[in-house]
Design a protein. Structure first.
Length: 518
């Protein structure tokens, strides 16, 4: 049986849909992480389709070992396949699935949506195995597109759609952005939270409460898709929806993936007050800029803590004033970073900072400044955590043209973008010995100070203790800028090998429906 008419994925040998071709199959390619949960973009575009009477079958390759066979089975009685992807490794499985489907039926419609097709629509559509791309918000666009495909009608004029006609690529005009408050709730009920929990060790979900960000950091692609006009859900809706969501699916945690949750401080306070009143018993984390976090008083932060907030992820990005300027991050000063760390910790909220190494203009001097800054924050404010990345330039970001001038080669086809990240963490201006040295610094930073990932900590106590002991020589090395003969890294690698938890074999298809989902 279908779950209340929701999931028409074939269950054993039973073929669900009697009406021909009213089923849409969605595929979510793996982003190679065990910190997996339901793909929000696909849950968002599902609601209008479900409301219009379509059936949805969602296949997430991260929780479905035989995903290719499953997709090929499910498309047999479906109208079309939709895939959601960002630039990088997700493209590999996208291409694999699309090619396999075209080998089975060259006419079966394949639609790509999400960040990569939104930022590079023409090149994505040019792939011979792709029929349609959707740019930007997909809720309204996909519904219209699917209805036209079903009717065999021309899709000319459907805003946000790119398509092929007589071998030519056609791009319809963009669809104006709609504020989040006008969007329907996401179809969380089609997600298999049991399977995600088995993989990740924690039961959690993502939630969006605002769109866009008023800032314009040079490496960020958000402006190109969501613009700069921040808009948000009111506190009541946040409280009501998240209470319902966490209770219905027994979630222990929500990651609010808004680009900048704290733009409106009164809204944040309203949400916290509402959650406290409602007796919320889940924890949550947010993303926000340090300047806005530093605007919160200690009372505000304590209120948010009582409401379940446990972590504020903040893009510090560099410890060098010169690099922050090049990144267009003059809105953030160093005082605000220290203030934010101090106050968050006082309120027992984890300040979680991101760093981007290798931004154009960064040399050994600026890298050293950043390392010293990280060490200083972690020592003065124990409990602060830093996550580091190496810069990858993305199309659609303000820095992309400069990166091309500096020797980055943008791929010419969809499939070549699959290797773009992480290949382009080795940059024309950061390669060879310099790159190796940076990777070593990052490895030492990882063991020098504790960080708490989303996935459950499966390390044995003795592994944890030994890793803790390694943090002391790691800090010494970072202080003295000495990375030769990295014995601690070698020991740590061995420790990781012995403590690696076996990945559970999860096949969503074989799972019993969760009564909470019905
Ligand atoms: C959550 C998140 C993650 C999570 C994903 C967790 C998960 N379980 O899905 C994690 C941490 C794994 C992650 C990783 C990375 N991420 Co990320 N991530 C995000 C974030 C914050 C939210 C995504 C989200 O769910 N949004 C909410 C949904 C509702 O919105 P949406 O995805 O935009 O979907 C809408 C449309 O795009 C469209 N749509 C989406 N899918 C589809 C499908 C179809 C068929 C259709 C028609 C339409 C459609 O309709 C939806 C509703 O309107 C975004 C930033 C953002 N503002 O969105 C960055 C973002 C997507 N990530 C980004 C990047 C760069 C990365 C990393 C490369 C970072 C890194 N250096 O490691 C990795 C890549 C991982 C990999 N191996 O491929 C970039 C993508 C840029 C690009 N060119 O693709 C973004 C935009 C951040 C940024 N500002 O630069 N990420
Ligand atoms: S603050 Fe974050 S979301 Fe806003 S522009 Fe900068 S990187 Fe992008």
């Amino acid at each position: 049986m279908t779950r209340a008419g929701i999931s028409p994925c074939h269950n054993g040998n039973t073929i669900m849909a009697k009406r021909p071709r009213r089923k849409i199959v969605f595929f979510f390619p793996s982003f190679s992480s065990s910190e997996a949960t339901a793909p929000l973009g696909l849950l968002a575009v599902s609601t209008p389709l479900l409301r219009a009477g379509y059936e949805i079958c969602l296949i997430d390759s991260t929780i479905t070992p035989n995903f290719k066979r499953r997709v090929l089975e499910e498309v047999k009685d479906a109208l079309c396949l939709g895939i959601s992807l960002v630039t990088g490794p997700m493209i590999r499985e996208t291409v694999e699935i699309a090619r396999a489907i075209k080998a089975w039926d060259p006419k079966f419609p394949i639609i790509l949506g999400g960040w990569h097709p939104s930022l590079l629509p023409v090149q994505t559509l040019a792939a011979p195995y792709i029929d349609y791309i959707v740019r930007g918000q997909g809720e309204d666009t996909l519904l219209e597109l699917v209805q036209h495909i079903e009717d065999g009608a021309s899709v000319d004029g459907i805003q946000g759609v790119g398509y092929k006609e007589d071998g030519k690529l056609r791009m319809n005009p963009e669809r104006p952005l709609r504020p989040l408050i006008e969007m329907p709730p996401k179809a969380y009920h089609i997600a298999d939270f049991d399977a995600y929990e088995r993989l990740c060790g924690r039961r959690w979900a993502m939630y969006t409460s605002s769109l866009a960000c008023p800032f314009n950091c040079a490496y960020c692609t958000n402006g190109g898709v969501y613009g700069r006009k921040w808009n948000a859900l009111p506190p009541d809706q946040f409280v009501e929806e998240t209470m319902d969501l966490t209770r219905r699916y027994r979630l222990e945690m929500l990651w609010v993936v808004d680009d900048n949750f704290l733009v409106d401080l009164d809204r944040a306070r309203g949400i916290a007050e509402g959650l406290v009143r409602a007796g919320a018993d889940y924890t949550w984390s947010i993303q926000a800029t340090t300047n806005l976090t530093a605007r919160l008083s200690i009372e505000d932060l304590k209120l948010l803590r009582r409401a379940g907030l446990r972590q504020i992820c903040q893009g510090v990005d560099s410890g060098s004033p010169k690099i922050l300027k090049l990144m267009n991050k003059e809105f953030q000063n160093f005082d605000s970073i220290y203030e934010s760390a101090a106050r968050c910790l006082e309120a027992d909220i984890r300040p979680s900072f991101n760093i981007i190494f290798g931004f154009p203009g960064e040399g050994p001097k600026e890298r050293r400044e950043t390392i010293q800054f990280i060490m200083d924050v972690c020592r003065r404010f124990p409990g602060s955590e830093f996550w580091t990345n190496i810069f990858t330039p993305y199309p659609g970001s303000p820095i992309m043209d400069r990166a091309l001038e500096l020797g980055i080669k943008a791929p010419d086809s969809l499939e070549e973008w699959a290797d773009y990240f992480p290949r382009y963490t080795v940059l024309p201006w950061l390669k060879g010995k310099q790159h190796e040295r940076l990777q070593r610094m990052r490895d030492y930073l990882r063991i020098a100070f504790d960080r708490i990932p989303i996935a459950a900590d499966t390390r044995k106590p003795w592994v944890r203790k030994t890793q803790k002991a390694l943090s002391l020589p790691a800090r010494w090395r970072l202080d003295h800028d000495v990375y030769g003969f990295p014995a601690e890294l070698w020991i740590n690698k061995k420790l990781k090998q012995v403590s690696q938890a076996a990945k559970p074999a999860v096949d969503a298809k074989r799972l019993e429906p969760n009564p909470a989902n019905a």
